[in-house]
Design a binder for this molecule. Structure first.
Ligand code: SAM
Length: 322
């Protein structure tokens, strides 16, 4: 097991199945161009082998499938079948929900019981302006269908000044009424926002400002969350829970246990670091040949983690899997 001076180790693996996405969210893609798959994306088999090797080499316990948009990937079905056979405590998926309704049977068959659905607004016009792809009704229908099938749903919303701050309470009400847990993600200095501080600062909504908006309607209290959880968790008695992933306001680097594998075979130990480590070649090798090399790269990837706080990175989220 590889552990650093702060006692951190990799437990949670995020695999970006593809860099392609059917949205072009304003905070992720600067020019609004639809994202296409990278030329050199690994096969479903190689990515699943990567998960198997990383369970052994790094002690990975939980897998989250992400992207880009994982549900647009032609590799999804084969990847699900392969990872369902591995020794993992949990497999979850992060999606924009656009294709959710039609993909639910495959997700359920792979043992997925938890979904994170990214949704920034319930207003169809604002939805078009922020997501720049897809349609709101399909996302809402997908979540309802998943919920009716017994899946646990967390909804990820990035609150932004001038974009969707007026949606904080409607989104909270909508989610609590359905038993979905809404999690607000503080805007992160990723991609173009890492280069353009003005654009970032103009839109950024921090923890205190967000709690003020919520506190104007509801009484809330903070409740315990898992030690390596990224979200602060709150309860609104009699209504439900919500979370805040406060990257900027309350950094959680000290307890970060995440490792990311990109669709093109790069390991990322930290979202905020420009370093990445190519493992695509190792994933073509048999286990006994791959593991020593993988372990050497994992030591480097763990050393890439920030000591204390996330400082941003020019890598676009969709490439390394948000
Ligand atoms: N397509 C999937 C989805 O929409 O959930 C998975 C990939 S997406 C990159 C994962 C998450 O990253 C989404 O919840 C999105 O809102 C978030 N994200 C992307 N760029 C971000 C940024 N600059 N700041 C905060 N969150 C961001």
């Amino acid at each position: 097991m590889i552990v650093d001076r702060q006692g951190r180790r990799f437990r949670n693996l995020r695999v970006s199945l593809t860099a392609a996405c059917n949205y072009a969210c304003s905070y992720c893609v600067p020019d609004g161009k639809r994202l296409v798959a990278a030329q050199d994306e690994l096969s479903a088999e190689a990515l699943a082998r990567g998960v198997a090797y990383l369970i052994e080499a790094a002690g990975i316990e939980r897998l989250r499938i992400t992207g880009g948009e994982p549900l647009v990937s032609p590799r999804l079905d084969a990847f699900l079948v392969a990872v369902a056979k591995l020794d993992l405590d949990d497999i979850a998926l992060t999606t924009n929900g656009q294709l959710l309704a039609r993909k639910l049977p495959q997700l359920q068959a792979a043992g997925i019981r938890r979904l994170n659905v990214s949704l920034d607004t319930l207003d169809p016009q604002a939805f078009r302006r922020i997501a720049r792809g897809g349609d709101l009704a399909s996302v809402l229908a997908g979540m309802d269908k998943a919920s009716a099938m017994g899946m646990r749903i967390k909804v990820n919303m990035v609150p932004m000044r001038g974009q969707n701050l007026d949606q904080v309470l409607p989104m909270l009400d909508y989610c609590m009424a359905r038993g979905f847990e809404l999690r607000f993600i503080e805007l992160m200095r990723m991609g173009h926002l890492a280069r353009d501080s003005n654009a970032f600062l103009q839109q950024f909504v921090g923890l205190d400002a967000l709690l003020n908006v919520i506190g104007a309607r509801y009484g809330y209290q903070q409740v315990d969350a898992a030690l390596d959880a990224t979200a602060l968790r709150y309860q609104i008695p009699g209504h439900g829970h919500f979370g805040i992933i406060a990257n900027e306001s309350v950094p959680f680097c000290r307890t970060c246990s995440r490792l990311r594998l990109s669709s093109t075979g790069w390991l990322h130990g930290c979202l905020s670091s420009g370093n990445r480590h190519f493992v695509g070649d190792l994933l073509e090798k048999p286990r006994h040949q791959a593991l020593p090399g993988l372990q050497r790269l994992l030591v480097k990837a763990l050393a890439d983690k920030q000591e204390l706080a996330f400082s941003g990175g020019v890598t676009v989220m969709k490439v390394i899997g948000g």
